[in-house]
Each structure stands twice: as structure tokens, then as C-alpha cells.
Ligand binder design. Structure first.
Ligand SMILES: CC(C)(COP(=O)(O)OP(=O)(O)OC[C@H]1O[C@@H](n2cnc3c(N)ncnc32)[C@H](O)[C@@H]1OP(=O)(O)O)[C@@H](O)C(=O)NCCC(=O)NCCS
Length: 234
């Protein structure tokens, strides 16, 4: 369950280029535009194409209700540069206790800019920080390499495949299943930038070469090549 903090529609998450905020009735036109796009809808399990009249409004109300109850969190992606215009959606809920299942979509004209990855990482940070979730899950149609890549860049691992129920696509379709556990997320968040950088390595190498040239150090001979093939670590 989400805490009181996220259950009020003033809640928002900031990313480098986006605000993730609650949907409102004023977003109906924008949601209809991006979710009504065939190439967007056909990669989702639950968004029909064409989008029936009033569907965007019904879904916005449903998202707000879930957000208010704290059983899920659904947010719109809004560029900081144009905060009135929603360009995507991300959201999910606790389908099982401590397991957050989510999905996302983005207006096609913004594909390839890294925005979905930015939103996924921000939402997952919120889920693991604000709830007691042990894991986050997402399913991806096998014909959707972009979504798969978004999840991989966010630390998710593929844990299986199967025929998933996709009501808006008319039945069951082959999908890959991805998972990120809290412990893996915690480890990745602690994996910061290296404590050395390229410049300090270059400076170190230059100093070493100068010492060798000045005769202060003997040049180290190359180690002998191994005679047997090296073992490859999995
Ligand atoms: C999936 C989706 C949200 C991705 O949004 P996005 O902002 O373009 O994603 P990002 O830019 O953060 O990352 C996309 C990655 O996929 C890669 N990619 C895109 N198309 C690809 C393709 N055909 N094959 C392989 N990789 C592809 C990009 O190169 C990028 O990876 P990189 O950063 O390593 O280069 C967007 O395509 C979308 O809304 N699709 C329709 C709805 C959908 O699929 N929702 C998800 C349902 S699970």
C-alpha cells in the first residue's frame, strides 16, 4: 500500500526532464491522443484501439480512485518544458501483497529520448522508498524490444515467458516477464560513479611513463600469455 503522501493529488515526482503527476479531467484530450495511437495501444494489454468515446475519462477517474485508496499509483508524464501537455502514462498497483505490477506508454513523437526510462526509474524509486514492496514486475509483448530495453536499463531481469491475457488485444499473447527485487534495486542504487575518472588515470599513466623514461623505475615486462584457454565466468 502507498502512504498518505501519494494519496493526495498534489503528490508529484520530479525527474531531470519530467514531472510525474496525478491525472486530472483536464488531461482527457492528451490521454486520448497518445493512448489512442495504434502503435502505442497495440503494445499494451488493456488499452483498446480505437479508444471508445469517454474511455480516457473513465480511466482517469479509475486511476485517481486507485491513487486515493493507496492500492496503486498512476501518474502522467509531463515535460518540465511544457507542463500543461501530458505526453505519457506510467502506473501500476499491488496485484499481490508486496508485489507492484506496472506498465507505461509514451507519445510516439518522444520515443527514443530516454523519457520512459527516466519515468520507470523514478516510479520504481518511489515504490521501493514509500512502500514495503519486495518486488516490481512488468510484462512485455515479445515483439516490443523498446519496452524490454527500458526495463533492462532500469535493472529488471527477464524471469520467464508465457501467454498473457491481453483483453484489449483479443486474447492471450506471448509475453516476456521482468522482475526487479528490492535487494537488487538497493544494490544498484548504491553502485555510484567510480571513485576514479579517466583524467586521473591518464595523469597517473603519464607520471609512470615519465618515471620510466627518467630511469627511476624499470619498465615492467608483459606477463607471459596463458597456455591454456582462460575460464569464462558466467
Ligand atoms: C516502450 C516505450 C514506452 C519506450 O519509450 P522511450 O522513451 O522511447 O524509451 P527509452 O528512450 O527510455 O528507451 C528505449 C530503448 O529501446 C531501444 N529501442 C527502441 N526501439 C528498438 C528496437 N526496435 N529494437 C531494439 N531496441 C530498441 C532504444 O534504443 C533505447 O535503448 P538505448 O537507450 O539502449 O539505446 C515507447 O516505445 C512506447 O510507449 N511504446 C508503446 C507502448 C508500450 O510499449 N508500452 C509498454 C508496454 S509493456
Amino acid at each position: 500500500m502507498f502512504p498518505d503522501l501519494t494519496r493526495d493529488d498534489v503528490f508529484r515526482i520530479e525527474t531531470p526532464r519530467l514531472w510525474l503527476r496525478w491525472p486530472t479531467v483536464q488531461d482527457v484530450a492528451a490521454v486520448t491522443a497518445f493512448a489512442g495511437d495504434k502503435q502505442v495501444a497495440e503494445m499494451t494489454a488493456t488499452w483498446p484501439h480505437p479508444l471508445p468515446d469517454g474511455e480516457a475519462q473513465r480511466r482517469i477517474f479509475a486511476m485517481r480512485k486507485t491513487n486515493a485508496l493507496g492500492t496503486g499509483l498512476s501518474l502522467l508524464l509531463v515535460p518540465k518544458a511544457n507542463p500543461r501537455h501530458a505526453i505519457g502514462f506510467i502506473g501500476g498497483r499491488f496485484e499481490e501483497p508486496q508485489c507492484f505490477t506496472f506498465g507505461y506508454m509514451l507519445e510516439a513523437q518522444h520515443w527514443g529520448e530516454g523519457l520512459a526510462t527516466e519515468a520507470v526509474q523514478a516510479l520504481i524509486d518511489a515504490v521501493f522508498t514509500l512502500t514495503d514492496a519486495c518486488e516490481a514486475r512488468a510484462g512485455v509483448r515479445v515483439i516490443n524490444p523498446a519496452s524490454r530495453r527500458v526495463l533492462e536499463k532500469s535493472g529488471f531481469q527477464m524471469v520467464g515467458s508465457g501467454l498473457d491475457t491481453c483483453p484489449a488485444r483479443g486474447g492471450r499473447l506471448p509475453c516476456d516477464h521482468f522482475r526487479l527485487g528490492r535487494r537488487t534495486w538497493k544494490a544498484l542504487k548504491g553502485w555510484r560513479a567510480p571513485s576514479f575518472d579517466r583524467i586521473s588515470i591518464d595523469v597517473g599513466i603519464a607520471a609512470l611513463e615519465a618515471s620510466v623514461a627518467a630511469g627511476e623505475l624499470a619498465a615492467t615486462p608483459s606477463p607471459p600469455r596463458p597456455t591454456a584457454p582462460l575460464e569464462v565466468c558466467a
